[in-house]
Write a protein that binds this ligand. Structure first.
Ligand code: F0G
Length: 459
């Protein structure tokens, strides 16, 4: 099996987990309407549903929790975070939000008008949802290699610069309130974007005077990939690379629940002082006073510490090594995944594993429910359940290119033996993949339907 660096920490607190019986798992699935979001977490053995808010905090972060200043306005913990924001990202103006979508809500409510189009390499579900809820239209312009699961392009999250220029010329700048890029590209396999690509994207947006925002959840992992794969950056430190990335943007938002190693939190940062003022006014309505946003003082403190810990090279090399270990081990036994392994997750290619299930019967859903049935593993479908939507003009269903099941890796939580178990379980599922059946929706809301949809198996 592939090797990876050992954990640069030892374990001081443990949380017991259990594998319930196959019959109990069958019952749990049925009761959940075959939607893994409705499972009780206690009925899950290895939880790879998300890397969001599921990481283990360090002793420094827990100590910071005790030092948190809960003053309503002007808390010490806010200034600690402001220092980190300036030193790491170079942003003077920011507001804390309760999580990433809180920032997206504020940004889209201020900037998106009905009919506006917002380009990105690939928007993630909450970004898409926030844009669509304001009657805007998200546009994904990732390079073609980013949609080919077997391509080994080193930066499959890159924006296609020609597609971007063509898109802007066709749409017209008055219809594009801002442009963005997601690092790493979560919806496309946790794949990184190169510094060179970010620089060129920034040049294009600047040329057209379109404000450029970075969706920064996994900025540290992206920075590590840049150091490893981009020749010009191999002698730079991760903080240097990160600083350079954000110097190219007019703003950024982050779900801190990822690379900032906290269980809750986020921010929205901008360079423009006037926009910052409008953001503060909106924040006060929806999240809280600008020095705490949607968070407690203790959360701000843990976040300020976590932002730095997430940049530690020993940690990043263990972290991405763990993802590579899972991905490479699955490839060795012939399981189709998005190659090469990305940052925070391995994405099983449900289309190749279950070619007999049509997209309208949700191959990813069939695979993810079976991983739970077989081994108590919770994953998340990133395919037609999440992204298929009716065309606003014709009403015809538009299906995504990729049908994926994501195995997201919580930070500093599971060990190699947990992953060996996961690999064995997936191997077993692959042996009977041909007998799996698809699903039919019995309930689905209009937006963000994967969270609350219910299903029944197709007979
Ligand atoms: N942008 C990206 C790229 C994300 O991956 C997420 C969340 C968000 C924005 C929204 O942040 O959850 O803090 O409101 N992704 C999680 C996931 C939920 O499982 O990938 P949030």
């Amino acid at each position: 099996m592939a090797q990876h660096p050992a954990e640069p920490f030892r374990i001081k607190v443990v949380e017991p987990i259990h594998l319930i019986s196959p019959e109990a798992r069958k019952e749990a699935l049925k009761n959940a309407g075959y939607n893994l979001f409705f499972l009780r977490a206690e009925d899950v053995y290895i939880d790879l549903m998300t890397d969001s808010g599921t990481g283990a905090m360090s002793q420094e972060q827990w100590a910071g929790i005790m030092r948190g200043d809960e003053s309503y306005a002007g808390a010490r913990s806010y200034y600690r975070l402001a220092d980190a924001m300036k030193a790491i990202f170079g942003f003077e103006h920011f507001v804390p939000t309760h999580q990433g979508r809180g920032a997206e809500n504020i940004l889209t409510s201020l900037l998106v008008q009905p009919g506006n189009r917002i380009p990105s390499n690939m928007h993630f579900d909450t970004t898409e949802g926030n844009i669509r809820s304001r009657k805007g239209i998200p546009e994904n312009l990732v390079i073609d290699e980013g949609l080919d699961p077997t391509s080994h392009h080193p930066f499959k999250g890159n924006m296609d610069l020609e597609k971007l220029t063509r898109f802007i010329d066709k749409t017209g700048i008055d219809n594009i309130p801002f442009g963005c890029i997601t690092i790493t590209n979560n919806a496309g396999g946790g794949q990184p974007v190169s510094l060179e690509n970010i620089r060129k994207v920034s040049e294009i947006y600047r040329r057209y005077r379109i404000p450029f925002f970075i969706d920064a959840c996994r900025f540290a992992e992206n920075g590590f990939f840049i150091k490893k794969r981009e020749e010009a950056c191999k002698n730079k430190t991760i903080p240097e690379i990160v600083h350079e990335i954000f110097s190219l943007a007019d703003g950024a938002w982050m779900s801190a629940k990822k690379d900032a190693l906290v269980n809750i939190g986020g921010f929205l940062a901008v360079r423009d002082a006037d926009l910052h003022q409008r953001i503060c006014n909106e924040l006060i309505l929806r999240e809280g006073f600008p020095t705490y946003g949607g968070l407690a003082g203790r959360d701000l403190e843990a976040l300020a510490i976590g932002l730095w810990e997430g940049l530690d090279e020993a940690y990043l090399s263990y972290r991405l090594g763990q993802t590579a270990f899972l991905g490479d081990s699955l490839l060795e036994v012939g399981i189709p995944i998005i190659e090469p392994p990305g940052g925070h997750a391995i994405y099983l290619d449900a289309r190749r594993l279950l070619p007999h299930i049509p997209q309208g019967e949700f191959p990813g859903q069939a695979l993810s429910t079976e991983l739970y049935q077989e081994g108590g593993i919770r994953s998340v479908e990133i395919g037609s359940v999440m992204f298929a939507h009716p065309d606003p003009q014709t009403g015809k269903m538009v299906y995504p290119r990729l049908e994926l099941v994501r195995l997201a890796i919580p930070r500093r939580v599971y060990t190699a033996s947990h992953f060996e178990y996961v690999i064995e379980t997936i191997k077993t599922v692959a042996t009977h993949a041909g007998s799996l059946k698809g699903y039919r929706l019995t309930y689905a809301p209009e937006l963000m339907r994967h969270f609350t949809a219910r299903f029944e198996p197709v007979q």
